[in-house]
Design a protein around this ligand. Structure first.
Ligand code: PEP
Ligand code: MG
Length: 755
């Protein structure tokens, strides 16, 4: 059963459009269940359930039979949200007869709902002549099938807005979550992992003859590779394995394969796209064969396909010229991909996977690049070269926008530029409320580019320097001396203000390319301080570099990430003390830095009183603290709406941490993304946080809101929300407060909801 389920889902996934996906579903399910009919009904815009595909009923009925929820047996399945299994369908009071279907011949009926994200998308029905109830196993099969297909159908429906490659484009909208606010209007550039046949973006070919010649050259190159590989291995492999090389060469020499590809190039597709389409089709044919030997050949086709594709893409990448307003799109964008494009050309980012708390989104906010994350339905492979609008406020992406929509967004873009200009005036004004409560605002940095922007925006120190960023951008660990240079730049740029440097925080979704950590559950695994305490050589080099870099400046503070146990703080402190002592002995005139612990794990919240007695300050990493308190992966778009920064449990934990730190007489700051949310900043100030640290982009907005409110009002607002037990209610309450007091206007241009 599992095999047939898998193979059906695989085939449906490979279908190029909704119509062929539905055709595969009905014919394959009918075949597997050995019934006489299988049909799919899907909900249309009006909310009716329409027969969209059938194998067994009259084909003419497709698109004509429609039922409202509650109407007929199909409508009953919809409202009950569970299967209906009948041996004599006609006898059921809900039965409705549609003469155009010819279904009167079929006695038994099994209908199961197709449910995605709590919504009934449609109904999957099987019918047969013989009057008998479908047995338990059959019902379970159909329920499993439907659960698996629900996601595929939802995806196919959502992506249906975009037209087939090469055809005339119409505007389509795709929703994700906001990664970094702002509007970007530009041209899509799709970055894909190389040699992935299923991720080749559609590109049109401009010069057919040149493209065909390029394709032929790539085939020849792979042919030569395979021949020389075969030669090298001749003595070591047996006859059967040698035959594989011959089979590969035969495939490459096969004139019909090459013809299929050149035909598609002549119709306008680029060589990589045409090649990947042909190879996927051949792979699917082999995959569906009954003979296990022939089925196995699908792997060979895929392997060969990848080899040729690698050649085709390599030359393509080199020739790439980025448009002036590049909107970078990828299935899973990573921090290092951002480096591939000149900064001045990068206008916006869209990632199909990931959420607003992924590190690429954090970097995007620091770089002020409008970003949408988790746009799961975006058919990114078809987006390359298309005009795109990124609405980083709402988390929406528009492909092929109409002139009217462009005009609308252009106006918002200009309004936003004016707003930023207006906020520049705040640079030298203190961050204080109208009743003169002073709250220092610090910045989070990682890139050298952040430093200039932070100073321009009036930051009063660095609350979090993510040292892993320079580590991520290299191809090996930076040496102690290299690190000293990098850290010195940060410390010098901000002196005499303090710079809080966090020790290397890798693991989770931050993997160094040269130090891979493979884990099933990386966010609960080897992360942050756990890695560096296990590798004292890495930790000690970093601490030495930091302390040496602070010589003569004395503005360094060291922050320890992912603290879960008291022993971790004790061990790290002992190492830092040792380094300091050794450096003094070596003649460096360096001061012992203040040491702080990050509170980002629930255990550390409850240990806050003890931790506060051991360190000089606390800093709350609310990004991780929220994910661990709510058990919601910060990277998973599927559960992004459960990641509630204003969840009452999060707010209560934050308040508890402030009390614990202040009881012990130490200061406490917050450096998660929450601090950069203007509405949240008001609450955090009222809770008593001594410093808020955020990305440079948000700093002027937060300052303008704090300067627009009184501390007394902020306190009252905090008391009001602390009595609430529902995160949505809290968010709405704060939004209302900002709106009523006119502060909303200072921070966010209004993007119309009508689009
Ligand atoms: C946090 O977890 O809130 C934090 C600041 O650290 P990072 O986002 O780098 O994990
Ligand atoms: Mg963290």
């Amino acid at each position: 059963m599992l095999n047939s389920l898998r193979s059906i889902v695989q085939e449906v996934n490979a279908a190029r459009d909704m119509k062929s996906a539905l055709a595969i579903i009905v014919s394959r399910v009918k075949e597997e269940m050995k019934t006489q009919v299988c049909s799919v009904y899907l909900r249309d815009i009006k909310g009716d359930y329409v027969l969209m595909a059938t194998d067994g009923l009259n084909a003419d009925a497709v698109g004509k039979v429609r039922l409202a929820a509650g109407e007929g047996l199909v409508g009953r399945v919809v409202v009950r949200e569970e299967p209906i299994n009948l041996e004599h369908a006609e006898a059921h009071p809900s039965y409705q007869y549609f003469p155009e279907t010819g279904e009167e011949r079929y006695s038994s009926f099994l209908g199961v709902p197709i449910i995605h994200h709590r919504k009934v998308l449609g109904v999957l029905v099987v019918q047969q002549v013989e009057q008998r109830r479908f047995d338990e196993g059959e019902e379970a099969f159909l329920v499993t099938m439907s659960a698996q297909l629900a996601g595929v159908i939802a995806h196919a429906e959502a992506t249906g807005g975009i037209v087939a490659p090469g055809a005339k484009a119409t505007q389509a909208k795709f929703l994700g979550v906001s990664g970094a606010s702002g509007i970007a209007i530009g041209e899509a550039v799709v970055l894909t992992p190389t040699a992935d046949l299923r991720a080749v973006p559609y590109q049109a070919c401009k010069d057919v003859d040149a493209e065909i010649a390029f394709f032929q050259r790539s085939l020849t190159a792979v042919r030569d590779d395979i021949k020389s590989l075969g030669e090298q291995l001749r003595a070591r492999i047996n006859r059967e394995e040698q035959a594989l090389f011959d089979a590969y060469l035969a495939m490459l020499d096969d004139a019909s394969l090459a013809r299929e590809v050149t035909d598609r190039i002549r119709k306008g597709a680029s060589a990589p796209y045409a090649w990947s389409e042909v190879i996927i089709e051949h792979e699917t044919i082999f995959n569906s064969m009954n003979d296990p030997y022939l089925r196995e050949r699908a792997t060979d086709v895929r392997d060969l396909g990848r080899r040729v594709l690698a050649y085709l893409q390599e030359s393509n990448q080199k020739a790439r010229v980025y448009p002036d307003k590049t909107i970078l799109i990828g299935e899973e964008l990573t921090a290092s991909m951002l480096g591939e494009i000149p900064k001045e050309k990068l206008a916006g980012l869209v990632s199909v996977l990931g959420s607003s708390n992924s590190h690429v989104a954090i970097l995007a906010r620091a770089m002020d690049i409008p970003t949408v994350m988790g746009a799961v339905d975006l058919p990114y492979a078809q987006m390359d070269g298309r005009p795109v609008i990124v609405d980083g406020y709402k988390g929406a992406v528009y492909s092929d926008p109409s002139a009217q929509l462009r005009k609308h967004y252009k106006a918002i873009y200009l309004e936003e530029q004016a707003l930023v200009k207006g906020l520049e005036a705040l640079k030298n004004l203190p961050c204080e409320t109208q009743d003169r409560y002073r709250l220092p605002l610090h910045v989070n940095t990682g890139l050298m580019a952040d430093v200039v922007r932070s100073l321009e925006r009036g930051a009063e120190g660095v609350g979090l320097y993510r040292t892993e960023v320079p580590f991520l951008l290299r191809d090996r660990f930076p040496s102690e001396e290299e690190q000293r240079g990098i850290y010195r730049e940060q410390l010098e740029a901000f002196a005499p203000h303090s710079v809080t440097m966090r020790t290397l925080d890798i693991g989770g979704d931050k993997a160094l390319p040269y130090f891979p950590i493979e884990e099933d559950n990386p966010f609960l695994g080897w992360r942050g301080i756990r890695v560096t305490l296990d590798h004292p050589e890495i930790f000690l080099a970093q601490i030495r570099a930091m302390i040496k870099a602070s010589e003569g400046l004395d503005n360094l503070r060291i922050l320890l990430p992912m603290i879960t146990n008291i022993q971790e703080v004790d061990a790290a402190k002992a190492l830092i003390q040792r380094v300091h002592k050794e450096l003094l002995e070596e003649g460096f005139r360096v001061r012992k830095p203040q040491i702080g612990a990050m509170i980002e794990v629930p255990a550390a919240v409850y240990l806050a009183p003890e931790l506060s007695r051991r360190v000089d300050f606390l800093s709350v990493g609310s990004n991780d603290l929220t994910q661990y308190l709510l058990a919601v992966d910060r990277n998973n778009a599927q559960v992004a709406d459960l990641y509630q920064a204003f969840h009452p449990a999060v707010l209560r934990a934050l308040q508890y941490i402030v009390y614990a730190a202040h009881d012990a007489g130490i200061s406490v700051s917050i450096c998660g993304e929450l601090a950069g949310d203007p509405g949240a900043a008001i609450l955090l100030m009222a809770m008593g946080f001594d410093v808020l640290s955020m990305n440079a982009t948000n700093l002027p907005k937060v300052k303008s809101v704090i300067r627009g409110i009184t501390f007394a009002r902020a306190k009252t607002l905090l008391e009001e929300v602390m009595r609430m037990s529902n995160g949505d209610q809290i968010r709405d309450h704060i939004a209302r407060e900002l709106r009523d007091s006119g502060l909303n206007r200072l921070i966010r241009p209004v993007t119309s909801d009508s689009n």
